[in-house]
Design a protein around this ligand. Structure first.
Ligand SMILES: [Zn+2]
Length: 66
């Protein structure tokens, strides 16, 4: 009964596609950033929407994305 196995596999693929879409949407949504903080030698900005912090490069004048 390979049919049921393929159905599960297809479901996983759809879930992965959905997760990738969520990653894509989530990665783009950090639009409202706080001012730049420098504390204990670490420079970063905080997203006002979700509270996530991002390393900020003073040399590049932008957030460092991996
Ligand atoms: Zn955010």
């Amino acid at each position: 009964m390979n049919g049921s196995v393929e159905e599960i596999s297809l479901g996983d693929k759809l879930m992965n596609a959905f997760a990738n879409a969520m990653d894509f949407a989530f990665g783009r949504h950090h639009e409202h950033m706080s001012r730049v903080f420098t504390i204990k030698g670490r420079t970063y900005q905080v997203c006002c929407d979700c509270g996530r912090d991002f390393n900020y490069s003073l040399r590049m004048m932008s957030i460092v994305r991996h």
